[in-house]
Structures are given as C-alpha cells and as structure tokens.
Write a protein that binds this ligand. Structure first.
Ligand SMILES: Cc1cc2nc3c(=O)[nH]c(=O)nc-3n(C[C@H](O)[C@H](O)[C@H](O)COP(=O)(O)OP(=O)(O)OC[C@H]3O[C@@H](n4cnc5c(N)ncnc54)[C@H](O)[C@@H]3O)c2cc1C
Length: 444
C-alpha cells in the first residue's frame, strides 16, 4: 500500500499537527520526486482575535523546538514571537525563588496561536501573523490546498477513506490524516470508519489572557514565567506567562471548574503577580480547552492515521513539539514505506510509544509531587537547594534545570527524573532537611 504519483492525502485539521504533517509530507515527496496532492480541511481563520481564530493554548515553545523547526526550513518570523522568557520564578505556599537558566537553548518563546485575545484588535498592536496561521500558509506555499471547511463525515469507499464536507462535497483519498485536536466533536466521525480508534483521555484546563498593559506586565512579571505549586486540591500547577501587554494565566489539573478558578485568583501568591486592587474584568478572553493526559487506542489503520493531540502528546507541556515529532514520523512512514496498518505499526508507532512511555514517568512525577505538596518542610528544603544551586555559579544545577524542563518541555520526563534523583540532589536535600530539623530542635 504505497503512495504513487497523483496520490491524494486529506488532512482534517490545520492546527500544528495538520500543518506540520502537510509540510513534511510535501517536503519528503519532493525529495523522492513523488507528485502528491495534499488537502487541508481547516475552517478556522487564524487572523481573527479571540476563540474564532485560536486553538486555545499557553503558547510557550522551547528554543530547542524553534531550532529544530529552523533546521527543517521552518523559520518563525520575528513578528510571531511576542516575548522571550529567560528565567522562571517558582512560587510555593511558603516562598519563591527565581531560576535563571544560562543554557541558551533552554530559553522559551511566547506565541499566539491566533490573532490574539478577544479585544486585542482595539488595545494594542499585536502580531499580524499567528503561529498556526504561519504554519498553514507555509504548507500552502509548499503546494497544499486549503479547504476552509469543516469535515463532516468519513466512510470507506472500496477500501479508501472518503471525506465529506458541506454542500454534498466528498473526496476519496489514498491517506486520511486526523489532526483535529481534542476539542472537536468531529472526532466522532472516525467511528464511521470502524477501526477501533478511541481518543486519548483528557481533562479540562483553564486559560485566561489578562490585560495589564506593557509596563505593568514588565514590572510584575519581567521576562520570567511564574510557576505556582500551591496546596490547592486538584491543581497540578499554575503558570503566569508574560506576553507583551498580556499575562497568560494557565491552570492545569483535574477537572478545573469555576470554584477552583476563584480559589486560584484568591491565593496570596497569585495576587502578588496581579496589579494591586485588580479585579477580574467581566469580559476576559478565557477558555477551558481539553488537555491530553493519556494515550489513544488504535490511532491508525490502513490509509488512516491520527496525529497531534488526538493521538499521542506530551503530558502537560510541549504539545506543539509532540505534534511536530508525530507529523515527521508519519511523513517518513507514508513516503518512505507506505500507508498500511503494518507500515504505521512498524515505523510510526515507536514514536507514539516513546511519548506514551515518557508520559507515564510524567504521571509518576506529578503523583510524587501531589504526595509531598502538603508538607511545607519538604517544599522549603527544595527551594533552599534551588537557591543554593542558583547562588553558586560552579554548582551543577540539576534540580533547577529539571524543574525548568518540567514546565517548558525542553526535555523528556525520563531526563527530568534522572536529574531530580541525581545523588548530588538527594544528598543536598537530605542535608538541608537535617539542618532545618536541627535548627528547629535547638529553638524549642
Ligand atoms: C491549557 C493548555 C495549555 C497549553 N499550553 C501549551 C504550551 O504552552 N506549549 C505547547 O507546546 N503546547 C501547549 N498546549 C498543547 C497544545 O495546545 C496542543 O498540543 C496543540 O494545539 C496540538 O495541536 P493539534 O494540531 O493536534 O490540535 P489543535 O491545535 O487543537 O488543532 C486542531 C485543528 O483542527 C481543526 N478541526 C477540528 N475539527 C475539524 C473538522 N471537523 N474539520 C476540519 N478541521 C477541524 C480545528 O479548527 C483546529 O484548527 C496546551 C494545551 C492546553 C489545553
């Protein structure tokens, strides 16, 4: 089951997973002189502000991903990068510590997935090009055809998948790529192909774009991402990221609801990062997208494959980087080997599996964090060790860099685990815990 000259590929969804897939498929096909037609179905207009143009995301991408994309000829224009993060500040219930990472490749960039938050068009000049809009345009310049419609149905036609879209349009394809993300009711249409696909487990997150103005954002946040590990039930972590005149608030956890959001806004540590006396405006640009926290079941069959969030991703971080990896693996499989279930099993599945395995370690890490979080003396010891790493330029920054990578996605959970459990870190933690204990006993 191989692609031939004239083969047609239909990609449902023009978010990062769909556009990366189109870009890599067309690039690889050109390299082997294969003439393929790629259609991308994407109804969203990424130049619009607010939810109409946005794929609901925190919008941080690691410098290592920016560099990887550049090596594939995907050079993000400066107008897309709204802010650069050079440090992060870790806040716990007891104290805060700023962590600078001097490894250049560890910086992170902030982007908007669409035309910016609701109301941005009247507030300040925001980027004319969004991240998703740029990738979709790039795919078009490489030869993809953009069909600005929502795919409505799928069925088999003599062993080939056929996509239906409004006004009774339909087209049979040699390969259908599902890149619909997790928030689309369209995922149901894959039931029609009956290959046993089940989307990954997901949970609701929370994002709000808070307008403070450039000066206030600079004063309150600097070029630092603020990460909060607070003892609020069901909340894994909270991040506030500067993005020009906006601060993006993200809450990740299990089933975030309005009561929990209210509790977060009221937390003293969070209030320190908001302007004094600031009240939540009645109309902020807020959304509650689903976030991938599991692995899909049967993400491919003959001539059909799922990529991006509706397939395997990375737990709580770097979803765009995961979409990039899967899209690359899919393009390599389809162009160099074929589009049968067996081809996907042999050449695409290992990439999914490596993400899924790494996420299991991620779950373990967050489980350990949840167990330890109520104990303030452990939090205190962790922050002391980080402070010591930061104050000594010759000290290896195992724990600081492991925490940085946990929130930015610059590294795998496996790597983070290795560094967090490094003998030097464990020794320092035990030393600080014993010193603190001795100090308390002496003061009794
Ligand atoms: C709270 C939160 C914060 C996040 N923060 C970050 C972060 O800081 N950095 C990071 O790298 N990742 C982050 N992510 C993850 C990231 O958003 C996703 O991993 C990424 O968007 C996945 O890309 P995708 O293309 O698979 O899906 P999506 O971005 O969801 O794109 C799917 C596309 O498919 C289209 N579509 C849907 N249905 C149809 C249909 N029937 N027909 C045609 N088109 C259709 C949609 O319009 C959409 O454009 C975050 C996620 C959440 C929930």
């Amino acid at each position: 089951m191989e692609l031939k000259n004239g083969s047609r590929i239909g990609i449902i969804g023009g978010g990062p997973a769909g556009s990366f897939s189109a870009i890599f498929l067309l690039d690889l096909a050109r390299q082997v002189d294969l003439d393929i037609q790629v259609d991308i179905f994407e109804p969203r207009d990424f130049t619009l502000t607010g939810p109409r143009g946005c794929n609901m995301c925190g919008g941080v991408i690691s410098e290592s991903l920016v560099q990887k994309m550049a090596s594939d000829g995907i050079h993000l224009p400066d107008e897309i990068l709204i802010d650069t993060i050079e440090a992060y500040t870790l806040h716990s219930d007891i104290s805060s510590v700023r962590i600078d990472d001097d490894r250049e490749e560890m910086r992170i960039a902030c982007i908007y997935r669409g035309g910016g938050p609701t109301g941005a068009e009247t507030q300040t000049p925001l980027p004319k090009i969004s991240f998703d809009g740029y990738l979709l345009e790039l795919a078009k310049t490489k030869g993809a055809r953009h069909i600005p419609e929502r795919a409505r149905g799928l069925e088999w036609d003599e062993g080939f998948p056929c996509i239906h879209w409004p006004e009774d349009n339909q087209q049979r394809y040699d390969l259908v790529v599902g890149g619909l993300g997790l928030n689309s009711p369209g995922l149901k249409m894959f039931d029609g192909l009956d290959f046993g696909y089940l989307p990954p487990k997901s949970t609701k997150a929370f994002i709000s774009e808070l307008y403070f103005g450039d000066e206030e954002v600079e004063r309150l946040l600097g070029h630092s991402m603020h990460v909060f590990i607070l003892n609020i039930p069901r909340v894994k972590f909270i991040a506030i990221t500067p993005k020009g005149p906006y601060a993006t608030l993200i809450i990740l956890g299990d089933g975030i609801d309005q009561a929990l959001v209210k509790q977060v806004y009221g937390a003293p540590e969070i209030k320190k990062c908001l302007p004094q006396g600031w009240e939540i405006p009645v109309q902020t640009c807020t959304c509650q997208p689903k976030i991938n926290i599991g692995a899909p079941v049967n993400p491919f069959t003959n001539r059909v494959v799922m990529v991006g969030d509706c397939s395997s991703s990375r737990l709580y971080k770097d979803g765009i980087g995961a979409a990039y990896r899967l899209a690359k693996s899919l393009a390599y499989t389809a162009i160099s080997h074929g589009v049968s279930e067996e081809d996907f099993q042999r050449f695409f599945m290992p990439t999914c599996r490596s993400l899924d395995w790494d996420n299991r370690l991620g779950h373990l890490l967050f489980f350990g964090d949840a167990l330890l979080r109520p104990y303030s003396w452990i939090q205190e010891a962790i922050i002391t060790v980080i402070r010591q790493e930061q104050s000594d330029p010759d000290s290896p920054r195992h724990l600081s860099s492991a925490l940085w990578d946990t929130f930015t996605g610059s590294s795998s959970y496996r790597n983070i685990f290795r560094r967090s459990l490094h003998p030097v870190v464990l020794f320092n933690l035990v030393r600080v815990l014993l010193t603190n204990l001795a100090r308390q006993l002496l003061h009794r």
